[in-house]
Ligand binder design. Structure first.
Ligand code: ADP
Ligand code: ZN
Length: 756
């Protein structure tokens, strides 16, 4: 996907400029009187701050304001004193200060530093930090109800219940629906009481503070290891100093219990906490657990939230009226009043890397954010990323290990099924060994999971007459058959088309055949092999909403299916207490390809899916079908030997000088004219002097692994440098040399996760 577009803004102007701004001397004015010159950062794609006159009543440094820009009014933040390099007579006055807490200094520093690190223009950073609609609007109002002064003329049963409800909840106020539901009466009963003055009706802003959380409620009694981890983390929290802890422990070892106690510690300090989760792990189950610990619901921030909810969270976080936010990636950019702790759960999860727009890694930026605010970070994972593991080894992060699983359950017994020795019929993917194991579980009334990390029916549709493979018209990707949707789909651009009757290349009819397995095809095979089992298929594209998917997962966990057939969505943090067998259909998938993290991903995924088995008292088994049982990664997984996997992987990366032992950046160029894109790439490759100056090498241009997306050709350059090199500065100078014209686009991806 195209990243940040630098075409319209000089890439180096922003970060360097704002670095200076972020480090304003402490005696710089914090308040600007009406009419004084102020520099304003707007959300518009400009390469500098703009000068305005401070609005009526003056404004604070960091204030959110509305300013005129041409004929429009736009959102901005007061970034410092005006630059004064513009015709004074033409400078316009800011319109008004918005009703929101001014952006704090550490937030301004955080945005500047993230911009500098990711080479993102500041306006794009500000957009990321203001993703709540109607920030400047006065909050919308609603009617609320509380106890009034007078008694009713006549007491009825229904009326008594209303008064009791109001009495039981003391000074709280309710909406009409809440109150009538609580009292079990119709709304007209409440309205009748309003007429009498017994119940008081008033207007109140919709953006209400979040209920107070109570860290004093009793948590679980922790094991010694868990308590030791809590004590360590809580020490840094109580001393209000920056520290990052890598909390490692298998699924079920109590990592969540530990970090909830860290949250309690930070709440006791009166500071705020943020728990980041991969979007899919933001379940009702998890929120209930948090609510049970603290006695009230925390604030939530995710893609499913309504605009009103988002605005409420954004404002209340800024006013310190939301103590705990449970959120996806972008919750990192909320305007916390005093953030004291960031937890990144499943820290290795690839969804923390934003692959569109501002290309940042939320895990790494969480560490930056915390270091700017004397806050703690807890990175929790059963299978940490190699980056975090290495930081643990070097002492940059404190590594805490939780041994074993809480309670009786133990890690599943892991075994490889050597597919070379299995008798497989063509078009079949479940080996006789795996089949027998599934049947055994069925007989015992336990659950089995068949895991395949491929959506759709078959990854390839092949013409048996001419060998043609159906591809996407817009991309260089093959179309994946989705029988469930009765269409072919491109997983790159989302384009779909009906399955053709005849081969688009040779015209032969009825010769198109599916090749390879996808989850839908596996489901078909499971139906044929286990006709009497209740089967559930879990693939993200089969559900209309995340909510429907979560409901399905919860139903399955409660015993709603015997066999679960799932893609990677089941690998992420859900408990299946009755699941005792995991069969991984194609363990080799991730070992192939040119991705530098392929081995690491395979390792993590295998450990995670295997971690689904045997959560409760019954120990589980994981069977991994593989054609490469001797591959070092397979061996490490099966042996359960994590340290030796990491050590081997670290040695290989160190030898190759790649992250985390070297630095990398990807440059993606795209455009509709392939020759122009390559010209630009070649030009950049030749203009490599700024890179040579810091000893960095540039590779390419080469077609990106996905060389065409939505009709745009994509070319990639890869930059490698030694650790410790000021790579961003060199990159900014390097790409700043070229003019990017027409429909060409250039985006920089620091620490690329995937190479397309
Ligand atoms: P993880 O986050 O490492 O997967 P959890 O914190 O979710 O582990 O713990 C797994 C299960 O064990 C949860 O149901 C949790 O409530 C329970 N558990 C963990 N530690 C304790 C404890 N000390 N006392 C009681 N239950 C615990
Ligand atoms: Zn496509």
């Amino acid at each position: 996907m195209p990243g940040v577009q630098l075409a319209s803004a000089l890439p180096h102007a922003w970060p360097i400029e704002n670095h200076r701004n972020a480090a304003l001397p402490v005696d710089s004015p914090e308040f600007f009187d009406e009419g004084t010159l102020i520099a304003v950062l707007t959300t518009q794609p400009l390469d500098r701050t703009l000068d305005y006159k401070a609005p009526e009543g003056g404004c604070h440094l960091g204030a959110f304001i509305e300013v005129p820009l041409g004929p429009r009014k736009v959102l901005g933040v007061v970034w410092g004193p005006g630059r004064g390099d513009f015709d004074l007579s033409k400078i316009r006055a800011a319109i008004r200060v918005l009703d929101a807490a001014p952006m704090r200094e550490e937030m301004r520093a955080f945005l500047s530093r993230t911009a500098a690190y990711t080479l993102t223009p500041m306006p794009a950073m500000l957009r990321l930090a203001t993703r709540a609609p109607g920030l400047g609007d006065p909050p919308s109002m609603r009617k609320i109800y509380r106890r009034g002064g007078t008694d009713p003329d006549r007491m009825t049963d229904a009326r008594r219940r209303v008064l009791e409800a109001l009495r039981d909840y003391g000074d709280l106020s309710f909406t009409l629906r809440e109150l009538s539901e609580m009292a079990g009466v119709t709304t007209s009963v409440v309205k009748g009481l309003v007429k009498q003055g017994t119940v008081h009706e008033e207007d109140s802003p919709r953006d209400l503070p979040f209920p107070r959380l109570d860290p004093g409620r009793a948590g679980k009694t922790l094991t010694d290891d868990q308590q030791g981890a809590v004590d360590h983390i809580a020490k840094a929290i109580s001393e209000e100093r920056y520290e990052t802890t890598l909390l490692r422990g298998v699924t079920g070892s109590g990592k969540t219990e530990v970090y909830l106690e860290a949250v309690a510690a930070v709440l006791r300090k009166g500071r705020q906490a943020l728990v980041l989760l991969p979007e899919i792990a933001l379940t009702a189950e998890f929120l209930k657990r948090v609510e049970a610990r603290f006695g009230a619901r925390p604030a939530e921030w995710h893609s499913g939230a309504t605009m009103t909810e988002r605005r409420r969270v954004w404002r209340m976080v800024g006013e310190g009226q939301a103590q705990l936010v449970i959120g996806a990636r972008s919750a990192l950019f909320l305007p916390y009043r005093d953030l004291g702790l960031i937890v990144v759960d499943e820290e290795h999860d690839t969804s923390y890397k934003q692959e569109d727009g501002v290309l940042y890694n939320a895990r790494d930026m969480a560490v930056l954010r915390a270091s700017l605010n004397a806050a703690s970070v807890v990175l929790a994972s059963a299978t940490p990323s190699l980056e975090s593991w290495a930081n643990g080894q070097s002492g940059k992060y404190t590594r805490l290990d939780l041994p074993g699983r809480f309670g009786a359950a133990v890690l599943p017994d892991m075994r490889a099924i050597d597919m070379r020795a299995e008798r497989m019929e063509p078009g079949r993917w479940i080996s006789p060994t795996l089949r027998a194991a599934v049947e055994d579980r069925m007989a015992k009334g336990e659950q089995a999971l068949l895991f395949i990390n491929r959506r759709g029916y078959a990854p390839t549709t092949l013409c048996r007459a001419c060998g043609h493979q159906i591809g996407c018209d817009h991309c260089d990707a093959r179309m994946v058959e989705h029988r469930f949707l009765k269409r072919l789909m491109c997983h790159q651009c989302g384009e779909t088309k009906p399955m053709p009757e005849a081969c688009p290349s040779c015209g032969a009819e009825g010769r198109l055949a599916p090749v390879g397995p996808g989850i839908e095809r596996l489901a078909e095979e499971a139906e044929a092999l286990f006709p009497d089992a209740r089967r559930a298929v879990l693939s993200s594209d089969m559900y209309s909403s995340a909510r429907a998917l979560k409901a399905e997962i919860e139903g399955i966990a409660e015993g709603g299916a015997d066999i679960i057939i799932g893609t990677q969505i089941v690998a992420k943090g859900h408990n299946f207490p009755n699941l005792t067998l995991v069969g991984v259909i194609d363990s080799d998938l991730g070992l192939q390809g040119s991705d530098l993290r392929a081995a690491e991903r395979t390792f993590q995924l295998m450990r995670q899916v295997s971690g689904r088995a045997g959560r409760a008292e019954t120990p589980g088994t994981a069977l991994l079908q593989t054609y490469q049982p001797d591959h070092p990664v397979m061996r490490a997984i099966v042996a359960g030997d994590e340290e030796s996997f990491w050590q081997a992987e670290a040695r290989e990366r160190e030898a190759a000088g790649v992250p985390p032992y070297g630095r990398m950046a990807g440059i993606i160029l795209s455009g509709t004219d392939v020759a122009q894109v390559f010209d630009l790439g070649n030009h950049l490759a030749r203009a490599n002097r700024p890179l040579l100056a810091v000893g960095a090498q540039v590779y390419g241009p080469a077609p990106a692994p996905i060389a065409r997306v939505r009709g745009r050709h994509r070319v990639r350059l890869l930059v490698k440098a030694a650790k410790g090199v000021a790579l961003q500065r060199a990159l900014a100078e390097w790409v700043g040399q070229v003019q990017i014209k027409g429909d060409l686009r250039l985006s920089v991806d620091i620490d690329p996760q995937s190479f397309y």
